[in-house]
Design a protein around this ligand. Structure first.
Ligand code: ATP
Ligand code: MG
Length: 408
């Protein structure tokens, strides 16, 4: 009776009316049972892609070779995937080919965890061949079938297990856990981009502490680039931080980890970012957070010029994080003076200017006024004026600024 399922019900009914089997499957069924917000509705059907395309004229092909057709239905998109098995696994990665099947049970068999191997039919009945509902009730992540085989087929599933642990607050069942411990090295075969997606979801998850604990204790970290010998920083992070305050973004989490590890130099961040193929934008955010952590562990207040040079959004996110940690009496919080958030906001708002564009004079004004021989002096003069205004040493008016610069 979830409105999301209600909205998608006509799709399943249209497939059924045409003589096919169709079910809601995967994460949406799991999240529906858990009462979590549902991400996207996935539908599995006995209909072949061409038949789905015929039944739903408004479609686009996203993964036809995998049997997936994206359907546009009443302002929303849905993925309809033909029942399939995944044959011929090579290199511990995704399958090379898929085989379409007529039976739902075979399709559910290929799925990673029992909580993700549930299906829901149009009458609201749940199909559960692997006791997925029981696993959800017990808050357990259980591999479908033999964990060893399943992680050999696709090693990314091990990262998915710790990521789901972080997102759902579930524990990893003992056989599945053992399967991860024994096969962790297979992670080396997986493209780092796909590991990063799971890692960042884990950092941003509400139960990240539980997920990172699993990531550390199973030894998965040791097969991730740049983290081979990071058991002690990871354990330190887990010991220092309260589990009750989540990271608002993965960049902040990476920065806190780097800071905890004592990797403070820009080059350290660049190396890690390169190894993980972290985007340049994210890398810069990580570096900025590390710089903020260094500054804040050393200063009881923000100096105007320092604050002016920061991204205020990052400053406030970090301050909120430190606050949350302090509220939980974490060891991490003892490294910092606790600042009043409104005070920080006010300090920022009260800065005379917030960017170079706000300065009352620009390069052209300087040329007009001073007619300098030395072009390089223009930039220097602007910087001087900018800093003096931010520090309140001179007012932001052309006359005052020209007078100030005349002395240089
Ligand atoms: P969310 O979208 O909230 O992250 P999800 O469970 O929907 O979680 P998806 O990655 O969207 O996860 O995958 C949808 C479904 O496809 C899963 O529930 C699972 O049944 C199956 N699945 C996805 N990836 C794998 C995999 N690597 N191995 C086996 N089954 C998988
Ligand atoms: Mg999903």
């Amino acid at each position: 009776d979830n409105p999301k399922f209600q909205a998608a019900l006509p799709i399943v009914e249209r497939l059924e009316a045409a003589g096919f089997d169709a079910y809601f499957v995967g994460g949406c069924v799991r999240d529906g049972i858990l009462g979590r917000p549902i991400n996207d509705i996935d539908i599995a059907s006995s209909a072949y892609p061409e038949e789905v395309q015929r039944l739903f004229p408004k479609h686009f092909d996203v993964g036809l070779e995998h049997g997936t057709v994206m359907v546009w239905f009443q302002q929303d998109t849905y993925e309809i995937t033909t029942f399939r098995t995944e044959a011929e696994y090579q290199d511990f990665r995704r399958p090379d080919s898929v085989t379409f099947v007529q039976d739902l049970s075979e399709d559910l068999l290929r799925r990673d965890f029992t909580m993700n191997a549930l299906a829901l039919n149009s009458k609201g009945q749940i199909v559960d061949y692997f006791s997925g509902q029981q696993a959800i009730a017990k808050k357990e992540i259980v591999a479908v079938g033999n964990p060893y085989d399943r992680f050999h087929e696709d090693a990314l599933r091990m990262m998915r297990a710790v990521r789901f642990s972080g997102q759902l607050g579930f524990t990893i069942a003992s056989e599945t856990w053992q399967g991860i411990c024994d096969n962790a090295q297979l992670l080396e075969k997986i493209a780092i981009e796909r590991i990063l997606v799971e890692m960042n979801k884990l950092w941003e998850s509400p139960y990240w502490h539980q997920g990172i604990t699993a990531y550390t204790q199973t030894g998965l970290y040791a097969y991730c680039p740049g983290l081979q010998n990071w058991e002690s920083p990871l354990s330190q992070l887990l010991a220092d931080l309260s589990s009750d305050m989540a990271f608002t973004e993965s960049s902040l989490a990476w920065a806190v980890l780097l800071w905890t590890a004592g990797c403070l130099a820009d080059d350290d961040h660049k190396k890690l970012a390169r190894a993980w193929k972290i985007s340049n934008a994210d890398r810069d955010r990580i570096s900025a957070y590390v710089a903020l952590l260094i500054y804040r562990s050393d200063h009881a207040t923000y100096d105007s010029w320092f604050l002016y040079q920061q991204d205020i959004d990052q400053v406030l996110k970090l301050e909120r994080f430190i606050h949350g940690q302090a509220d939980q009496d974490s060891h991490f919080a003892t490294y910092f003076h606790i600042l009043d958030l409104d005070q920080v906001k006010k300090s920022y708002q009260n800065l005379p200017i917030h960017q170079l564009k706000d300065l009352a004079i620009n390069g052209r004004d300087i040329i007009h006024h001073f007619a300098p021989d030395n072009k390089a002096w223009i930039g220097k003069a602007l910087k001087l004026a900018e800093k003096a205004v931010v520090l309140g040493q001179v007012s932001n008016e052309p006359t005052a600024l020209f007078a100030y610069l005349t002395d240089y």
